[in-house]
Design a binder for this molecule. Structure first.
Ligand SMILES: [Zn+2]
Length: 265
């Protein structure tokens, strides 16, 4: 049977101003403005909805100086998706900007690579530098969800559904995973923070938050192997994604783009 061809969306929920030197290990010789976008992603088709990551909330946005544009759940309702009934939520990793709204998805099964949870509750979290990207309340919430039977902890490459595959790519965090999705334009890879910007991967210079630099560099090759072409790789925080892909409708311009169709810009 042929694999389902899913529709795929990037939903931009937040923004921050930043400089180039903040985004590359070792800085950047041509420092200048380089803003960062924050996304969640929706996979839709074959009678199923899979959400990838769930963003942060207003309190965390204010405390960390991020500009919340729309809450992730508001954006989902713009696509006629009721957060209360979303059945599957893939967590690419446990950093605050990916797992901040777990309680808003009461029907979801959460999918995570097991070593990511071990890392987030383990010995390294005593170091401020290593725990800075985690919110302890998010980690505790996930532990509680696990005790409630609502977390699937995966180890390695896992087919979630036909045409949707989870791939571990440790480096930025201990056990980040990216998501490979079959679409009508071929296999698209939601890289999440395996590459924050197109330029991290293209220039082979990792983002500044990194647990394992060598692993991060290796994961760029994993992304390329999993995608139909380099053009099919969607970075986790690049505002260019909003420019390169079309909105599903004029009303959603600037908020949501479709990734299952070829880039336009
Ligand atoms: Zn992130």
């Amino acid at each position: 049977m042929p694999l389902p061809e899913y529709e795929l969306f990037a939903l931009r929920y937040a923004h921050r101003e930043a400089r180039r030197a903040e985004h590359f290990v070792g800085g950047d010789p041509h420092d200048g403005p380089m803003p960062m976008a924050y996304y969640i992603w929706v996979i839709s088709g074959a009678g199923r909805i899979v959400l990838v990551d769930c963003g942060f909330d207003a309190e965390v946005a204010a405390r960390r100086g991020r500009t919340l544009l729309q809450t992730p759940t508001e954006l989902l309702t713009l696509l006629d998706i009721d957060p209360a009934v979303v059945p599957d939520l893939v967590l690419t990793h446990l950093h605050y900007d990916h797992v901040g709204n777990l309680d808003l998805f009461p029907s979801a099964m959460f999918h995570l690579q097991e070593p990511e949870l071990h890392y987030a509750v383990g010995r390294h979290m005593r170091h401020p530098y290593l725990r800075a990207a985690f919110e302890v309340e998010d980690v505790v919430a996930l532990v509680r969800l696990n005790y409630a039977g609502r977390v699937r902890l995966h180890n390695g490459v896992v087919p979630l559904y036909p045409g949707i595959t989870l791939h571990p790519a440790p480096g930025h965090s201990a056990a980040l995973q990216f998501v490979q999705v079959n679409t009508k334009r071929g296999l698209v890879v939601l890289a999440s923070d395996a590459t924050h910007f197109y330029e991290n991967m293209e220039s082979g210079r990792p983002f500044t938050v990194v647990v394992d630099t060598a692993g991060t560099l290796e994961s760029y090759d994993c992304l390329r192997l999993a995608a139909a072409s380099p053009e099919h790789i969607i970075p986790g925080h690049d505002p260019l994604v909003m420019d390169r892909y079309p909105a599903p409708s004029p009303a959603l311009k600037g908020l949501i783009v479709r990734l299952d169709v070829p880039p336009v810009g």
